[in-house]
Design a protein around this ligand. Structure first.
Ligand SMILES: [Zn+2]
Ligand SMILES: [Zn+2]
Length: 292
């Protein structure tokens, strides 16, 4: 099926003697092939599920798509594996050898685990500073106006609360009362102003879907639709939604992870790769979003 599209470019003789190249498309992803020698389409390879490993696969696809693994050493098995994901093959890739390399950091125990925790665990290995951002945190006393401020550096993600406000609103400066008595007057409560002062190169957004049930005291999942805007701005920098990791479940500790590459309209579900998929922007399954 794929080989057919890789056949030599056909040339057609025109009346004036010139030759025009007939364009060919990849039979899998339907993209035009500019150069038939090289397969420069957008085909992706799925990843073999080695037992509840969908959370790993979706994160590895995100890392490959965001191209944040160039710092891995040349002989890295993980690096080689991430490269393979963007090659043209209908056969799913096995992550076993690549995962051996991260065994010290994360041992896959055949349990459904959290994709965000896995991402945070492998982030030091990638040595990527593309997610780092800084914000100015000011604490102000409501009575005596005593102020203290600090610039705080965060290594990774922005946590989006499911509270009815949009992501753009949450990215703008915020004011909130905090549980701290002013040390100057010992009377007033402190208010905290937060303002992102240095925007990250890649904006990673984790939608906080965890809450503790007030009646039972048990953790549960916030099952609300969240609208992810196609574009957001932080400090004048425009970001576009590129990769989304979805968690399909009403519960916290089981369910299924998939990954959506929005620009390329590709949905990857373990071994299966679906092309030309359009997902709506408000969805209950959205969990991690990467804006570039
Ligand atoms: Zn293709
Ligand atoms: Zn005070």
């Amino acid at each position: 099926m794929v080989k057919k599209s890789q056949s030599k470019t056909k040339e057609k003789s025109m009346p004036n003697g010139k030759y025009v190249q007939k364009t060919l498309t990849c039979s899998t992803c339907q993209k035009f092939l500019k150069n038939t020698q090289q397969h420069n389409c957008i085909c992706k390879r799925g990843i073999v599920n080695i037992g509840n490993s969908c959370y790993i696969s979706s994160v590895l696809h995100a890392v490959a798509e965001l191209n944040i693994y160039s710092t891995l050493p040349e002989d890295s098995q993980l690096g080689a594996f991430l490269k393979v994901l963007s090659t043209h093959s209908t056969k799913a890739a096995s992550p076993r050898i690549a995962l051996c390399e991260i065994n010290d950091l994360w041992e896959h125990r055949n349990l459904q685990e959290d994709a965000f925790e896995f991402f945070m665990t492998i982030l030091p290995l990638l040595q990527s500073s593309k997610f780092t951002y800084e914000y100015l945190s000011q604490r102000l006393c409501e009575i005596c106006h005593y102020t203290c401020e600090a610039v705080i550096r965060e290594d990774c993600s922005i946590h989006m609360e499911v509270n009815g406000t949009s992501l753009q609103e949450q990215l703008q400066s915020s004011v909130e009362p905090i549980d701290e008595i002013c040390k100057n007057c010992s009377k007033g409560y402190m208010m905290r102003y937060k303002n992102i002062s240095k925007a990250p190169e890649i904006l990673a957004v984790r939608i906080v879907r965890f809450m503790v049930n007030e009646k039972t005291g048990k953790p549960s999942k916030i099952w609300n639709k969240v609208a992810l805007p196609a574009e957001v701005t932080v400090n004048g920098k425009l970001y576009k939604l590129e990769v989304v990791i979805l968690h399909k479940s009403k519960a916290l500790h089981h369910g299924h992870y998939t990954v959506y590459l929005r620009n390329k309209k590709i949905l990857i579900d373990d071994e299966k790769v679906y092309y030309n998929k359009t997902l709506k922007l408000d969805y209950s399954y959205y969990y991690l979003a990467f804006y570039v």
